[in-house]
Design a protein around this ligand. Structure first.
Ligand code: GLP
Length: 267
């Protein structure tokens, strides 16, 4: 795991967006896994800026979103379809036919989930998955107790998540109770993962994910089993990490060149 610590939310969004841009420069037809929630908004803002001002090209990109609320149509104010249009897709040049978001209104969820998994495979798998994290340590909508091998399916939301997301709805009763979500197993198959978190509220979940045991009670902890995960954190979200000094020390030394003479000399 790589841990990148930044002083401000803007800095961590810029760093995460740079990772996406680097990926697209190396592989213009990359498959991106995208997340919703307030955290990735800054990354999308920076990607839009890079597209407008520096010509970052999404014309060959394919995207798969993590999740959607069951029961919300694509035009519902709080649907993740709408969120993605407003915060990213309307402002960049990713072709509409290359955008995949789980459907919250399909007639047959089981068949839809199978098809979604199949489409990810047919498109070559996800090259880079962006993730946020819930206060209870969930990734996508994989609530505590989710199988760490789970695939795209319907999940019942935890009370904590409903309360956290109630801020986006008129009344707490309006928050859907079910979601369709990629599974932890689906996410772990992404070649690269970037998890972004900011603010004090996320500190316990981040500490549990990075330094706690691998457990279904904090589904982000499953990322410890993934070989190429980067955490982008601000100081507050990193506030409960026990090994913080070590992560800072690694960051100060720059990216590892473990077998170089410089490294040997400095250790
Ligand atoms: C929802 C989403 C997650 C997201 C989480 C945190 O539960 N399904 O993908 O990580 O919210 O959202 P926020 O970034 O607003 O804290």
């Amino acid at each position: 795991m790589e841990i990148i610590l930044k002083d401000t939310y803007e800095d961590l969004c810029r760093a995460a967006a740079r990772m996406v841009a680097k990926m697209l420069n190396a592989k213009p037809n990359a498959v991106l896994g995208l997340a919703t929630g307030s955290t990735p908004i800054g990354i999308y803002r920076e990607l839009i800026r890079l597209h407008r001002e520096e010509g970052l090209d999404f014309s060959q990109v394919t995207t798969f979103n993590l999740d959607e609320y069951v029961g919300l149509g694509r035009n519902h104010q709080q649907s993740y379809h709408r969120f993605m249009q407003e915060h990213l897709f309307e402002h960049i040049n990713v072709p509409a036919q290359n955008i995949y978001i789980p459907s919250g209104t399909t007639d047959n969820y089981e068949a839809f989930c199978r098809w979604y998994e199949q489409r990810i495979k047919e498109c070559g798998g996800i090259d880079l998955q962006i993730l946020g994290i819930g206060v209870d340590g969930h990734i996508a909508f994989n609530e505590p107790g989710s199988s760490l091998g789970s695939r795209t399916r319907i999940k019942t939301l935890a009370r904590q998540t409903i309360e956290d997301n109630a801020r986006f709805f008129d009344k707490p009763e309006d928050v859907p109770v079910y979601a369709i979500t990629m599974g932890v197993g689906t996410i772990l198959e992404a070649r690269r993962i970037a998890l972004v978190a900011n603010g004090k509220k996320k500190a316990p979940a981040i500490a549990a994910a990075i330094e706690g045991p691998v457990t279904s009670l904090c589904t982000a902890s499953a990322l410890q089993l993934h070989a190429d995960t980067t955490y982008f954190l601000d100081r507050e979200a990193a506030g409960d990490l026990k090994m913080i000094e070590y992560y800072e020390w690694i960051q100060a030394k720059g990216p590892g060149a473990p077998y170089s003479t410089t490294w040997r000399r400095s250790v």
